[in-house]
Ligand binder design. Sequence first.
Ligand code: NAP
Length: 243
Amino acid sequence: MKLLVLGANSDIGSAIAGAFAKFEQADLILASRDMESLEKKAKDIEIRHSVKTKIIQFDATNFSTHQDFYNNLSPKPDGVVVAFGYLGDQKNAEQSFDDAKKTLDTNFTGAMSILEIIAQDFETRNKGFIIGLSSVAGERGRQSNYIYGAAKGAFTIYLSGLRNRLHKNDVRVITVLPGFVQTKMTAALDLPEKLVATPEEVADDVYSAFKKKKDIVYSKWFWRWIMLIIKAIPEIIFKKLNL
Ligand SMILES: NC(=O)c1ccc[n+]([C@@H]2O[C@H](COP(=O)([O-])OP(=O)(O)OC[C@H]3O[C@@H](n4cnc5c(N)ncnc54)[C@H](OP(=O)(O)O)[C@@H]3O)[C@@H](O)[C@H]2O)c1
């Protein structure tokens, strides 16, 4: 198997790459912006799992480069993981349209731009799989992160539509909905310890969902139930909560 990981410098993305290298002996195409960091990650995975790796420059928000980026991949991947993301800061995004736009462009528009290109190839070949890292933050808007949440919510809906479109072509689309994960993205946040997963735990959940042919996976599992409760709170009460 040949797996393309977009945003492979992400802590969760590189853990997923490691899981596919370990369990599938997948050769990896690791793509992101920081090439120095990618090189270190690629060497580490090669040594640990004896797979081949390749590193390529990729910027999710440089939309006009996406077609050439994919055209230049040879051979084409069997599957793709979309792991890049930008949390930003809600208060900052409220004040700065540029920052709000960066949040939308990275988490949604960039993902859609590259996935439309890849989807067309997988659709023509009648094979492939797509794993998209969205977030439980996209399930209901909260004052503390609704701009990031809006971007992830759009990505979740996009992945749902893509799964519906590609089902007849035998192309699987897996939506990953992590809760809190201990990564560089959340390093500055004070998170409730009991609810925090490691990137490796998320990678195990993703790999297991891939093997079990699931469409949607919450990670960790209990977020499905937390979000069910959060979504069930009537708006008249929800709007008064400090969430
Ligand atoms: N951590 C959490 O609690 C959590 C929870 C729910 C969902 N998620 C989602 O899960 C995914 C992985 O999160 P993480 O915590 O593992 O992230 P992370 O460790 O903070 O890494 C994010 C990576 O995204 C890459 N990136 C940002 N902008 C990019 C761009 N324009 N083009 C290409 N790459 C770009 C960066 O790559 P370079 O280093 O190469 O610049 C960075 O290494 C993200 O989509 C995130 O939103 C995370």
